[in-house]
Structure formats: C-alpha cells, structure tokens
Design a protein. Structure first.
Length: 260
C-alpha cells in the first residue's frame, strides 16, 4: 500500500535517472544494487519493484520506437518465445523458494552480481565481442539465427526475472551480432519493445508474491523521470569515453561484491 513519498528513494531515482540519461546503461543495473546495498532492501523486493518500474518507464520508449518503425517484430517475437516461458518458470522457482526467504535472497544477489559483471564486460569489451561473435556467426542460416535468438530470450527471461538486469546491454550487444545488417536503431527498438512485456510480466509476478513496494516505486518514478529528461538533454556534452569506463568499473565492483 502507498504510505507517502520517500525523499531518499526519490533522490536515488533522480541520481539513477541522471546516470541512465548520460550513459544509456539500464536502470536495473544501477537501481537494484543501490536498493540492496545502500538501503538494505530485501533482494526480492528490490528486484520486484525495479521490474515494475522498468516496465512502466519502457512503455513510452517502446511506443515511440514502434511509431517510428524502428521495431523489427520478428526479432521481438523470437525473443518473447524464449523469455516469457523462462520468466514464468523463474517466477515459479522464486515462489517455491519463498520470495522473502534466505534461499531466494541468495539466489537473487548471486544472479544480480553475475549479471552486473556481464554488463560491465559488455560495456568495456563491446567492440571486441561484436567482432568475435560476428566471425563465428558469419554464414549462419536463418534457422540458426532464429534458434539463437530464442535461446537469447530464454537467458534474458531468467536473468531479468531473477535480477532485473540483462535486457539492455547484454541483450542489445548479442542482437547486434546476430543481426549485423540491421540498423542499430532497429536493434535498440526491438530490444526495448521486447523488454516491455518481459519486465511487466516479471514485475506483476513479483507483485503477486508480495515483493513489490508501491511507495518505493512511486518515489523512484518521481525522481528518475526528471533525472532522465535532464541528463538526456545534456548527454551530448559529456564524453562517452569518460563515462562508460567509470560506469563499467563501478558495476564490476558492485557485481563482485554481490556475487561473491
């Protein structure tokens, strides 16, 4: 239930919104570990709240990309074929463990840590990874690409449902390797369009298990929306080569702390 706006969560939302606007890194990579480590929020509540937050904030972005014709629905469907069943199975596993149990907390923090380290690696070694994956996938059949896209959806469904991280940097980087001939804007648009139902399904699943704090959710939205708008306006003035290594290093350190 809503009990009022929490100023500290609103300020945290503002800070994360600014970082997302400047760097393009997904909010889950920043918000969930902040809630767990800085505020001591139970991992299940942090993930559940962040998933619903992500789903709501991505709706407008997905709608804009779809309106502009920047979504390849074939890719989005392939991803969903894998991610939706994987998300539902992951929710069942968390429900079996008990969302507030020590076992689920350990599973979530470990998965979150691994996902953050993977995201950091994608930020630092993106070009190298794209080159190597492109070489391995050169000449692959359409059927093979389709199967690999569904498999990517499965991996994202598990990662996102358990940790709220993965749909952005990890998903987009691998899609760029699977579909090198598509414009980047269509890859990004397809990735965002897929993230909307995935995060909403996972977020609603967490909500039904009682692991969503609505007051926290509203507070985060109040801070993050203006933060993203302000940072997006000034993003072009901040060198990307400076921000990304700093962000990647931070994610790697936080991820290591959570995973180990």
């Amino acid at each position: 239930m809503l009990h009022g706006i929490e100023p500290l969560f609103a300020l945290s939302g503002l800070a994360v919104g600014l970082l997302v606007g400047f760097t393009g890194v997904g909010g889950g990579s920043l918000m969930t570990p902040l809630l767990v480590l800085a505020f001591g929020v139970h991992p299940a509540t942090a993930v559940g709240t962040d998933l619903l937050y992500a789903g709501l904030t991505k709706i407008s972005g997905g709608a804009v990309h779809a309106y502009n014709g920047a979504v390849d629905w074939k890719i989005t469907r392939r991803l969903a074929y894998g991610s939706v069943p994987a998300a539902l199975l992951s929710l069942l596993a968390l429900a079996h463990l008990g969302p507030a149990s020590r076992a689920s907390g350990g599973l979530i923090t470990t998965t979150l840590g691994v996902a953050l380290i993977m995201t950091a690696a994608m930020l630092i070694f993106r070009r190298t990874l794209l080159t190597r994956l492109a070489g391995r996938l050169d000449g692959a059949s359409e059927r093979t690409i389709g199967v690999l896209t569904v498999a990517l959806g499965v991996a994202l469904g598990v990662l996102v449902t358990i940790s709220s991280v993965g749909a952005g940097a990890i998903g987009a980087t691998i899609l760029l390797s699977l579909y090198p001939k598509l414009p980047v804007v269509r890859i990004v648009g397809s990735d965002i369009a897929h993230a909307v139902p995935l995060t909403l399904i996972a977020g609603i699943g967490h909500w039904t298990m009682g692991s969503v704090d609505l007051s926290m959710l509203v507070s985060l939205l109040i801070g993050s929306i203006p933060g993203i708008m302000i940072a997006s306006h000034f993003a072009s003035r901040v060198p990307d080569r400076v921000l990304r290594p700093i962000m990647a290093g931070t994610l790697a350190i936080v991820g290591g702390r959570l995973a180990f």
